[in-house]
Design a protein around this ligand. Structure first.
Ligand code: SAM
Length: 293
């Protein structure tokens, strides 16, 4: 019997380690205009998508990241109507955002049409409800260009990007965050995919430093995602409303109840409130990001 192929995540090669997955079946593999895309079946994690050697999404644990990137900013804001997703072509986060009835319009700006096309074929559980929802608008464009030119103003901006390499690099720049700020309404919040602090501390320090140069409050919150190797995953947080990070679980529970108790597998009001409590080594990392302006 032929030896099974193993696909390795090469994101941390410079740290001298790789996470590798035994492939049951390659479903889709392509060098797109922007990146190398491979989708494969894994016996435990189910369907897995990798872009340029970095795990993006697996059927087994996608709910953790998708829920924490969407419900935390939306329940913290409490009345978000206009929402923007940058990246997110697999539509997993869009599906969670559209569970909120307060949301009147959701725009997703993804640079690579191949990611949306393959998601429509291979992740119908996300894409079908999303593309059937009249509130949803799918834009194929570079996120930097979109926020630099947009006339609309948003209550929540979610940056579900790849890592700061290739097309995703610009989405970690001061220029991008400043352009996001220009598109934000009063009391709006920006959240970002910001890596795993134990392996990518500089990425977190760099983003939070820029947040604190532009906003009254720059910080991060955490979640543990098995296939984002490294223990805690950091999600960047930037807003001019300092209160949004301290909403008590009691008030979040009330907002959750009023939202009709939308189904979640990870997010709870208590997990939300606790996600901003940082272990000391991560708090020390954030302390290197300089003071808020
Ligand atoms: N959750 C994943 C993670 O943490 O690595 C990210 C998932 S999502 C698939 C990332 C998306 O960002 C990809 O589809 C990629 O094409 C998109 N992307 C990268 N750079 C972009 C840019 N400059 N503008 C818009 N989308 C971009």
């Amino acid at each position: 019997m032929a030896e099974k192929r193993w696909i390795a995540e090469t994101l941390f090669d410079d740290l001298g380690f790789r996470m590798a997955y035994r492939v049951d079946k390659v479903l889709y593999e392509l060098h797109t205009e922007h990146q190398h895309l491979v989708l494969f079946e894994h016996s435990f994690f189910g369907k897995m998508l990798m872009l340029d050697g970095a795990t993006q999404i697996t059927k087994r644990d996608e709910f953790i990241y998708q829920e924490m990137m969407s419900h935390v900013p939306l329940f913290a804001h409490g009345d978000a109507r206009e929402v923007l997703i940058i990246g997110g072509g697999d539509c997993g986060i869009a599906e969670e955002v559209l569970k909120h009835k307060t949301v009147k319009r959701l725009t997703q700006v993804e640079i690579d049409p191949a990611v949306v096309e393959f998601a429509r074929e291979h992740f119908p559980e996300f894409t079908r409800p999303v593309f059937a929802d009249k509130r949803f608008e799918s834009v194929i464009d570079d996120g930097m260009k979109y926020v630099a030119q947009a006339d609309r103003r948003f209550d929540v901006i979610i940056v579900d990007s790849t890592d700061p390499q290739g097309p995703g690099k610009i989405l970690f720049s001061h220029k991008f965050y400043a352009a996001c700020k220009r598109c934000m309404r009063k009391g709006a919040v920006l959240v970002t995919q910001n890596g795993v602090p134990i392996f990518q501390p500089r990425e977190l320090i760099s983003s939070v430093t820029k947040f604190r140069q532009l906003f009254a409050d720059g910080a991060c919150y955490l979640a543990a995602i098995p296939t984002y190797v490294g223990g805690h995953m950091a999600m960047g947080w930037a807003t001019d409303d300092r209160r949004l990070r301290q909403i008590p679980a009691k008030i979040l529970a009330e907002r959750y109840r009023r939202a009709g108790g939308l189904r979640t597998k990870y997010w709870t009001p208590e997990v939300h409130a606790a996600a901003f409590a940082l272990p000391r080594f991560i708090a020390d990392t954030l302390a290197k990001a300089g003071r808020t302006r």
